[in-house]
Ligand binder design. Sequence first.
Ligand SMILES: *Cc1c(COP(=O)(O)O)cnc(C)c1O
Length: 483
Amino acid sequence: MEGWLGQASGLVPGNYLSQGTQAAASRRKLFKSLLSNRKLPQEPWAEETVLLFIRELSELDSNNFVQNAGVGEREGRVLSRLVRDRHFGLSHGIGRSGDISAVQPKAAGSSLLCKVCNFLVKDALRVAGLLDVGYVTTVPVATGMALTLVLQALRRRNPKGKYVVWPRIDQKTCLKCVYAANAEALVVESDTEGDQLVTDVDAVESLVSGERAEEILCVLTTTSCFAPRAADAVVEISKLCQRKGVAHVVNNAYGVQSAELCASLTSAFRKGRVDAVVQSTDKNFLVPVGGAVVCAPKGRDGIPTEVDRTYPGRASMSPLLDVAITLLSLGSQGWADLLTQREELFGYLKAQVSSFASQRGERVLHTPGNPISVAMTLDGLRDGPCGGSDEKTRFLGSMLFQRCISGARVFAPGKSQRICGHDFANYGSHHPAYPHAYLNAAAAIGMTRQDVDVFLQKLAACWEKMGGTKDREKGEGAGAPSA
Ligand SMILES: *Cc1c(COP(=O)(O)O)cnc(C)c1O
């Protein structure tokens, strides 16, 4: 019988006690093998097991010691019980002044949880197909801010570097992160290849070889994006960056969930130069917004380590805890299953949208380079006989939104927008002259078959209404957010 419970014999029969302690010991065995294997458990952990694990670690933090008299200015004191419970009694956060990965002496438990989160994430990346990853750090800021931290780290290494060569992607954060790092973007417009928009590798090459070559900070490519934009040609760009000695950062915001994107990143690691890859925790790991994962290929850990080392101060551990809890609750099997389901649903979504479109004289844009997002033309709505217009196209977007379809996005050509001093013609389509209006939908992790079915039902209902009496819909469609 283990430790203190030995004293209980005589109070409760020994055989009952040993049965009980065996059950508790089997939980502890899981903890032990987690810490020795340093990867995802094969099987999902039960909620109680996860909770016990966190509680045990929480007891190692000084704010939870029974006999602790804090006389410092940071003692992890929490007034509200709701707040304390929300954090499982963990209140020291992570890091010490000036290094987010440094172990905090007052918080052995929190410090350990931070390491656990990062090795779980590293293994989750491996299961998803992103191989040869070296250093991984999960930071408590979202993707855009994490990209800014990465660009700042690059600037410290290359003080002359000022320009970021940036294949256009119409997502404001992707550009704002460059200016937040006090750098400037050199915008590279996409090439068209059939329906899809692809990286103009030659244009990137001429920028990194041109007169401003010395002042190029890096090339910033993006993998996950709305169709008809395809993922950037990360393999070719990484080879180019290797050849030219230019840094290469990848915005892989929600790319972890795609085996195809993971495979091309692995290939970019092996064939060329990648300095850092940044991905969102909420978009890939089904947790609330709050974190991002910064990683680099094995043997080239410089930038993510620099991000950790220069983080000014301590940070919240909550985003890391959320990820750790989620990954332990999934285990490698549960995580792999989720990824497989997503791949299947992407096929299903594409097929369903395709058949919907073809019945209405539209079609799904051919975008084989985008494994997550689907785009269906809305050309008939624009040029239709019953007074179709871009207004009408946008109207469809707001109708869907009002019917609780979130995430469907409608693009109608013609709007330009100024962002960070750049004028983008046809903003929203990633291209100054994309010839179609279209509707986007994405098969993202956690989506269900039912989500797809309900989306198509409501889309069909909206379509009918649009084609029929226009007047009855008056007043509807206001108040929806634009893309
Ligand atoms: C979501 C997203 C971002 C912004 O991410 P935040 O997590 O909100 O900072 C940037 N780039 C791409 C491609 C995205 O999808």
